[in-house]
Design a protein around this ligand. Structure first.
Ligand code: SER
Length: 318
């Protein structure tokens, strides 16, 4: 990786990944692609170049790749699971139309492409515990349909055209920087904001619903390390299970109460999000990622909880 284009640089993952990549490869070598209405601001704007790159426009992708001599594209444009159910046509247009545009440019200009997949690629018939790397993927959400299709399309571009496509299946991502919007795992971010502000948290996911989660610093490292990895050791490409922790609302609530003893949580279950969560695995088996490119998480629930609360309490002056 020398010259990197991030499509979706102001989103939940992009805003942090862009800064991290600029720290590694130099600000001038990492281009922040954004859409009008989601412009980069502050440090993100000032630390390197930015360009309007709407993933639904093949020309805008090609122009940015040409202008900056890009060799690696991080394709982070997507709608999260609950929003994708409200806007399935748009979710497909961005998730698959956009991926196709990106892969076509990558084929012509010989770029490597990273595209996140998700625990959402799995469905009701997938084994729920320690979900294997290679197993049934039959999601019934548009988010999941775009993720499975995206995995297949990315593998196709690799085997058919030799495009260097790579991907991980992200669990729910937790961070204190840019909040997610409209995902099923968002509750595990929102709960920390409520705890840090001293508010009661209304949990939209029922007790006993386990999902895989990951702290953002581990997720960023995964996205960078897989693109830096020696592909000679790859058996898989699109997409690798990665994991670090799995919990239900009661477990994260207890983890927070260790540091905020008077914190209160009540349940107000959202039927759509609950249905989606019930269709996803409880936990993933990430042994292929560990074996094929050395994946290893650093954070667990307790170390993440301490860091989240410290950072958010400082922000809210608590
Ligand atoms: N965080 C995503 C969502 O909840 C799952 O990958 O939609």
């Amino acid at each position: 990786m020398k010259n990197v284009l991030i499509i979706g640089s102001t989103g939940q993952i992009g805003s942090e990944l862009t800064m991290k990549l600029r720290g590694i490869y130099g600000g001038a070598n990492v281009v922040a692609g954004y859409i009008p209405g989601a412009e980069p601001k502050g440090e993100l704007l000032e630390s390197g170049p930015s360009e309007i790159v709407d993933i639904t426009s093949p020309q805008q992708i090609a122009d940015a790749v040409e202008k900056y001599n890009i060799d690696t594209i991080y394709n982070l444009a997507a709608l999260l699971s609950a929003v994708a159910e409200a806007k399935p046509q748009l979710a497909w247009k961005i998730g698959i139309g956009g991926l196709f545009n990106t892969l076509e440019v990558a084929r012509e200009k010989k770029c490597a492409v990273f595209t996140p997949s998700s625990i959402g690629a799995f469905g009701n018939d997938t084994p729920k515990d320690k979900t294997p790397q290679d197993t049934i993927r039959n999601p019934r959400t548009m988010y999941g349909v775009t993720k499975v299709s995206g995995e297949l399309l990315s593998d196709y571009y690799h085997t058919r055209f030799g495009v260097d496509t790579r991907s991980v299946r992200f669990p729910g991502l937790i961070s204190y920087v840019t909040p997610p919007g409209g995902g099923t795992t968002d509750y595990a971010v929102d709960i920390y904001y409520a705890a840090a502000k001293g508010e009661t948290f209304e949990c939209p996911i029922a007790a006993g619903t386990f999902m895989d989660m990951m702290y953002m610093p581990d997720a960023l490292r995964a996205a960078i390390e897989i693109m830096e990895a020696n592909p000679d050791n790859f058996v898989h490409r699109n997409s690798f299970n990665i994991a670090s922790m799995s919990f239900d609302p009661e477990i994260i609530y207890a983890a927070i109460r260790k540091y905020v003893p008077d914190f209160k949580m009540v349940y107000k279950v959202d039927p759509l999000r609950q249905q989606i969560a019930d269709s996803w695995p409880n936990s993933l088996d990430d042994s292929c990622a560990r074996r094929e490119w050395g994946w290893k998480p650093e954070y667990d629930l307790d170390t993440m909880t301490r860091d989240m609360l410290e950072k958010l309490k400082a922000r809210f002056g608590k």
